[in-house]
Design a protein around this ligand. Structure first.
Ligand SMILES: CCCCC/C=C\C/C=C\CCCCCCCC(=O)SCCNC(=O)CCNC(=O)[C@H](O)C(C)(C)COP(=O)(O)OP(=O)(O)OC[C@H]1O[C@@H](n2cnc3c(N)ncnc32)[C@H](O)[C@@H]1OP(=O)(O)O
Ligand code: UBL
Length: 278
């Protein structure tokens, strides 16, 4: 096609698309989320060869490369992180880090503060997200089958051994799924079993609510500021399987209080009308 003809089609199409994006908040929201997914896919495809060349294959060392790439994404989406308590990551040896999980945007918050030699536990399905699955595999992400408790448990006990022999930290989202409703879901216990089985500290990390700048129900995806707090380690030496529930409850209560404080929002009591957070 001649360049004049191309211009005749391309220009009005671009203008029409821009107009549609302006008119429809839903379309604008979807386009922005889609752009995030495309960015992740593209960045992963470009970073994977660098990981292979630099470190030769699947290793936690690749997380440093991934982290440096992902940390630049926040500028594209106007997101800023105010981080407190990073000194609590300075523990000797392995630990289990637990944090709240609100959306796919959490990857940016994760990479903002990810300590060295730290891998995440992720659902098995992520492995099939094209280049994103590949980069996660290369970074050493541990994939679990959430549909099979026995499989998840046996993978987790293998993780425990690797943590101590390879001096690796593990990052787990104890809610077990994304939750953007302005509260925390009840915690699953795998992270706390792992910490007690390996006798390593649990370090809770809390991200403030995204709801003021990211809310799929309201087609909202704007720039925003996220407050992050790394809480002091909870030591597990001497704890046994009978302490799992108490450890899990302590973490949940502390993280939920911190979440409401950081978000400056209301506290829900048994799903009822929220009371103002103190
Ligand atoms: C360069 C550009 C890059 C672009 C960006 C791309 C990528 C960036 C790269 C890397 C980033 C990766 C980030 C990955 C994030 C992934 C996020 C997720 O996928 S979250 C979902 C997956 N994670 C989890 O589910 C973890 C939390 N879940 C659990 O801990 C669960 O307990 C479980 C182990 C999965 C099991 O769950 P299930 O529902 O099946 O059972 P229950 O929890 O109810 O437990 C039943 C029963 O078993 C006991 N239990 C649990 N675990 C253990 C254990 N390890 N040992 C012994 N017993 C265990 C539990 O206590 C229950 O018993 P009881 O009721 O008696 O207490
Ligand atoms: C050739 C295959 C093409 C596949 C296309 C896949 C498109 C998606 C591409 C990129 C998305 C970027 C996602 C970054 C990683 C997000 C990790 C994440 O947040 O996973 C969610 C998981 O914690 C919990 O899942 P659920 O809330 O239980 O659900």
């Amino acid at each position: 096609m001649e360049s004049g003809g191309l211009l005749l089609w391309a220009l009005p199409s671009a203008l029409l698309l821009a107009l549609l994006l302006q008119l429809s908040p839903r379309l604008r929201f979807r386009a922005k989320v889609l752009s995030y997914c495309a960015l992740c896919l593209m960045a992963s495809a470009l970073t994977a060869p660098a990981c292979l060349l630099w470190n030769g294959g699947r290793t936690v060392e690749n997380m440093r490369i991934i982290k440096n790439v992902v940390r630049s994404f926040k500028y594209l989406y106007g997101l800023r992180f105010d981080v407190k308590g990073l000194e609590h990551f300075q523990v000797e040896g392995p630990c289990v880090i637990v944090s709240n999980h609100q959306s796919v945007l959490d990857m940016m918050g994760l990479m903002e503060i990810l300590p060295d030699r730290c891998v995440q536990i992720g659902k098995r399905e992520l492995l099939y997200f094209g280049s994103v699955g590949l980069i996660m595999y290369l970074g050493g992400v541990i994939f679990i089958n959430r549909k099979s408790t026995s499989n998840a448990k046996s993978v987790m006990s293998g993780v425990g051994q690797a943590m101590t022999t390879d001096n690796v930290k593990v990052w787990i989202y104890p809610e077990g799924t994304r939750n953007g409703n302005g509260d925390l879901l009840p915690f699953k216990k795998g992270a706390f079993h792992l910490a007690i089985q390996t006798q390593v500290p649990v370090i809770p990390v809390v991200y403030s609510s995204f709801t003021t700048f990211y809310n799929p129900e309201k087609n909202l995806f704007t720039s925003g500021r996220i407050r992050v707090e790394v809480l002091p380690p909870i030591h597990t030496s001497g704890m046994t399987a009978t302490d799992v529930t108490e450890l899990c409850d302590t973490c949940y209560t502390t993280m939920r209080e911190t979440f409401f404080r950081l978000s400056g929002t209301a506290r829900r009591v048994n799903g009822s009308t929220p009371h103002l957070a103190q």
